[in-house]
Design a protein around this ligand. Structure first.
Ligand code: NAP
Length: 513
C-alpha cells in the first residue's frame, strides 16, 4: 500500500511538472494555482480511496493532470464540513461576506491571465475566449459582493395594534453545486458568488473534463480569506458522478442544489431532490431560435449570429441553434454569412493566437455533432460549408452551414452543441414565432428586426426566459439568466440570483401594549 501511494504521489508530481511546463511555456506566472487535490474543510486532500482520474487537453488529447476520483465518503466529508462551517458563516454580517467576495474578485482579476490559460488547457477554448470567460466569471463575484448588502426583509402591515409582522430573508444552509465543462470558471462563480453572499456554504462538483479551473478559482477563494469549510470542491470521474450527485441531492445536511447541464440530468436531480423537498435551481439545455426578419440590418444580424453560434465552438446552452431567415432577405443573409464563416474562422489549438474555433470537449460531444449533421443531411439538408470532422485533431469539427433544413430534422430538434449553423427560410412573422415556440426548451431566443411594433409583438410572444433583440451576446452578471419550459427553474445573476439561496422567515411579534 505504501509503495502504491508513493507511486501515485510520484505520478501526480510528474503530471504536475508536465502541466506546469506546458503552461509556463504559454506564460503561466503562478504555478500555485495548479492543484491536483480536492478542497475539503480548508485542506487540499486526496480521495479516501487514493484513486485519481486524468484530465486531458482536448486540443491534443494529452493528459495534463490527475485529480482525486472522489466517492460518496469523500462527498459526505465535504457536506459535513460545509454544514459545520454554516453554523458560523450564517452569523457573519453582509459586509463581512461582501469584503471576502471582493477580495476573491480582486484576486481573480490579478490572476486572470493564468486562470484563462488553465481554461484553455482543459476546455480547449481559444485563449481570447478564456480571457472573456474569466472576466465574466469574476464579474459575478464583484456583483454579488455588492448584492450581499442589499438582501432586504420586509415589515408588513399588521391587522392588530398588538402585533408587528416581519419577514426576514435568511440563508437556506448548505448549497450543493454541480457545474458543466463549457464555462468551467464562470458557472462556479455565478452560483457560489450568490450563495456566499446570502450566507450559505457550498459543496461544488465540477465536471470531469474541467476540474482544474474549479480548483484554481477556489485556491484564490482560500487566499481571499474564506474560512475552512465555507467552500468545498469534490472532484470525481464520470463513473462516480451519479452516486456523488445523489448524495449531494439527498443528504439531510444539504438545503438545496444548483445545477447547470443537460435537461436529462436536470430531470434526474429534480427527482432526487423530491424526497427531501430540497430547493433546486436548474440551468438546463436550450434550442435557441435566431430569427432574422426582413426589416433587419443584415450586417449586424450576421455579426450577432457569428457570436451567438461560434462562441466556445457552439458549446453554450444559449448558442443559436435554429436559424430562421425571412424569404425576402434569405439570399443576401446566407451569402454574407457564408463569407464570414469562410473568411473569419480559424480552427485549431486554443493557445494559437490566430485560432478562434477550438476543439469540442470530448469524443462523445464530437460524435453527437457528427451524428446530428449526418442525420440531417440524410433527411435532405444541403451542406453549404463543412459538414465533417476536421483533420486538425481528434476532437475538431469543421465550421458548418446546413441549408434547406426542415423542422423535423435532428439539427432543429436537438441542441447541436457544436459549430453548426442550420438555416431555414420562413414567410411571415406568425410562422417564425410558431416555429420558434415549437420546442420543449425555452432558454434563449434571438431576433433581428428594425420594426418597433414587431420588436414588442415578437418579444412578448416568444416562449423563452431570455431574448436578445438585435444582439447576439446577452450574458452579463446584471442580467437574469434562466429558462422556461424544460430549460430550467430559477434565475442566476442579477438581483434575483440570490433568491434560490434564501428563504423568507415570517416573524409575528405579539403582546405589544
Ligand atoms: P451533463 O451530463 O448534464 O453534465 C453536466 C454536469 O452534471 C457535470 O458536472 C456532470 O458530471 C454532472 N452529471 C452528469 N450526470 C450526473 C448525475 N447522474 N448526477 C449528478 N451529476 C451528474 O452534460 P454533458 O454530458 O457534459 O453534456 C451533454 C449535453 O448537455 C450537451 O450536449 C448539452 O446539450 C447539454 N449541456 C448543457 C449545458 C448548459 O450550460 N446548459 C452545459 C453542458 C452541457 P461529469 O462531468 O462527471 O459527468
Amino acid at each position: 500500500m505504501a509503495v502504491l501511494n508513493y507511486l501515485r504521489t510520484a505520478l501526480i508530481h510528474h503530471k504536475h511538472t508536465l502541466m506546469m511546463e506546458v503552461l509556463k511555456g504559454h506564460g503561466l506566472r503562478y504555478a500555485s494555482l495548479l492543484h491536483q487535490e480536492a478542497y475539503i474543510g480548508g485542506k487540499w486532500v486526496s480521495a479516501a480511496s487514493g484513486k485519481l482520474f486524468p484530465v486531458t487537453n482536448p486540443a491534443n488529447s494529452k493528459v495534463i493532470a490527475s485529480v482525486p476520483d472522489m466517492e460518496v465518503t469523500d462527498t459526505e466529508a465535504a457536506i459535513n464540513s460545509a454544514y459545520e462551517a454554516f453554523q458560523t458563516w450564517q452569523t457573519t454580517t453582509a459586509r463581512e461576506r461582501s469584503l471576502l467576495l471582493r477580495n476573491w474578485y480582486n484576486l481573480m482579476e490579478q490572476h486572470k491571465e493564468d486562470l484563462a490559460l488553465i481554461v484553455t488547457a482543459e476546455a480547449g477554448k481559444p485563449l481570447s475566449e478564456s480571457r472573456g470567460e474569466i472576466g465574466y466569471g469574476s464579474s459575478f463575484l464583484e456583483w454579488f459582493s455588492e448584492e450581499a448588502k442589499r438582501i432586504y426583509g420586509e415589515v408588513a402591515q399588521s391587522p392588530a395594534s398588538s402585533k408587528e409582522l416581519f419577514f426576514l430573508r435568511q440563508p437556506i444552509g448548505v448549497a450543493s453545486m454541480i457545474t458543466p465543462w463549457n464555462f468551467p470558471n464562470a458557472m462556479i462563480t455565478r452560483k457560489a458568488g450568490a450563495a456566499l453572499a446570502a450566507g450559505c456554504t457550498c459543496v461544488i462538483k465540477p465536471a470531469e473534463d474541467t476540474p482544474l479551473s474549479a480548483l484554481a478559482a477556489v485556491d484564490l477563494a482560500e487566499k481571499a480569506g474564506f474560512p475552512p469549510g465555507v467552500i468545498n470542491v469534490v472532484t470525481t470521474s464520470r463513473a462516480n458522478t451519479p452516486a456523488v450527485g445523489k448524495l449531494m441531492c439527498t443528504s439531510p445536511k444539504v438545503a438545496g442544489i444548483s445545477f447547470t447541464g443537460s435537461t436529462a440530468i436536470g430531470r434526474v436531480l429534480y427527482e432526487q431532490c423530491a424526497s427531501g423537498i430540497k430547493r433546486i435551481g436548474l440551468e438546463l439545455g436550450g434550442n435557441a431560435p435566431f430569427i432574422v426578419f426582413s426589416s433587419a440590418d443584415v450586417k449586424s444580424a450576421v455579426e450577432g449570429l457569428m457570436v451567438a453560434k461560434f462562441r466556445n465552438s457552439g458549446q453554450a446552452c444559449i448558442s443559436a441553434n435554429r436559424i430562421l431567415v425571412q424569404e425576402e432577405i434569405y439570399d443576401k443573409f446566407s451569402e454574407a454569412l457564408e463569407e464570414a464563416v469562410r473568411k473569419r474562422l480559424t480552427v485549431g489549438d486554443g493557445f494559437n493566437k490566430e485560432v478562434n474555433i477550438g476543439p469540442l470537449i470530448n469524443i462523445n460531444q464530437l460524435k453527437r455533432v457528427e451524428r446530428i449533421v449526418n442525420e440531417s443531411v440524410a433527411a435532405g439538408a444541403g451542406v453549404v460549408l463543412g459538414g465533417k470532422c476536421h483533420d486538425m485533431g481528434d476532437l475538431f469539427f469543421q465550421p458548418t452551414i446546413l441549408c434547406n433544413v426542415t423542422e423535423d430534422m435532428a439539427c432543429f430538434q436537438e441542441e447541436i452543441f457544436g459549430p453548426v449553423i442550420a438555416l431555414k427560410k420562413f414567410k411571415c412573422e406568425e410562422e417564425a414565432v410558431n416555429i420558434a415556440n415549437a420546442s420543449k426548451f425555452g432558454l434563449a431566443c434571438y431576433f433581428y428586426s428594425q420594426d418597433v411594433s414587431q420588436v414588442w409583438r415578437v418579444a412578448r410572444r416568444l416562449e423563452s426566459g431570455m431574448i436578445g433583440i438585435n444582439e447576439g451576446l446577452i450574458s452579463t452578471a446584471e442580467g437574469a439568466f434562466g429558462g422556461v419550459k424544460q430549460s430550467g427553474i430559477g434565475r442566476e445573476g442579477s438581483r434575483h440570483g440570490i433568491d434560490d439561496y434564501t428563504y423568507l422567515k415570517y416573524i409575528c411579534l405579539g403582546g405589544i401594549n
